[in-house]
Design a protein. Sequence first.
Length: 375
Amino acid sequence: MGDATIPLIDLRHAPLKAVVPRELRPPNGLLIDQLGRPLRDLRISVTDRCNFRCSYCMPKEVFDRQYAFLPHSSLLSFEEISRTARIFASHGVQKIRLTGGEPLLRKHLEVLVGMLAALRTPQGQALDLTLTTNASLLTRKAQALRDAGLQRITISLDALDDAIFRRMNDVDFPVADVLAGIEAAARAGLAPIKVNSVVKRGVNDHEIVPMARFFREHFGHAVVLRFIEYMDVGSTNGWAMDHVLPSSEVRRRIEDQFPLVAMRASAEGETAQRWAYADGRGEVGFISSVTQAFCHDCNRARLSTEGRLYLCLFASQGFDLRPLLREEQANDEALAAAIGLIWSKRDDRYSQLRGLNAAPPNTGTRKVEMHYIGG
Ligand code: SAM
Ligand code: SF4
Ligand code: SF4
């Protein structure tokens, strides 16, 4: 889309060491970080590869044929992922989101879904298990994912206009196939379906009202459309503040056509502000990551494809858990204690500091890429 992209400096080679503390305190689900935030949500990237080249995430100029994606041997196996997830659950994680890259590119993903669906919190509850996808492979996979235990799904779709969507995914992928994926997810009983749309000013902002109209009229309560502010994640997408259309403006444009009523957040740490259509035809959400930081109750950890633990979407480095999972053959107690120590020292609040016009801690350094740690 003609934006200047910035060459990638590879951060994957500079992990932080995950240290096992001398005293192995067993997890009690009460872990909090330096700002009093619990650990509730784990996002797991299952691949760094993607079949789309959304310019705001994996610009073609950088992620081209020469780009070295991770070799298969670097990826955590399904056993390693589910073991790590089980330990996170013992620390209080209640929700797991599979992401990527494009998670449906990971072969036999439904096997991993089955393993994660079998996990329980210390109180014996199943975890809230979901997945974010571009839906390109969803018509083929929705039923198998549901059968394996996936409960709900989030689908990314930035425009309904076919030409705009093809340009935004930059691989000429048609919008009709994403809509077919949404239908397949609904048929398979994955509910509620969330549809996420990243708004980039001057690129797809005129799609806001048509998208709101389409989803409320065709799907009503079955689909919740959420508009996301374009974020300065990573270092390759040439982000600038004037590309961001604030959620307040997105909401105003929708409200002009369809009156809205504020809803209460459904869960602690919820990222979206939820609004119901006043005529009862469903709801719409706004994720204002840039203009209204939600760091104060951010309870999300991110596990990269090769097992690095990131404490913030804007972090420049992650803690390498893979040696503990592999070479050192650490037992579960050691792994749990290492994760506990990392979280207890966490003080990340990048967006809040940016909002205060204070320098976020990693200003001037490179941030990790979104496709690598997942959204
Ligand atoms: N490939 C899958 C997909 O697109 O749904 C999952 C991974 S993708 C990184 C997860 C989410 O991050 C998508 O909804 C995408 O739109 C969003 N995303 C990527 N880059 C973004 C950016 N710079 N600002 C806001 N959202 C972004
Ligand atoms: Fe791929 Fe998702 Fe990134 Fe688009 S947003 S390039 S679909 S990982
Ligand atoms: Fe959480 Fe970091 Fe985003 Fe703040 S900036 S909400 S700490 S991921």
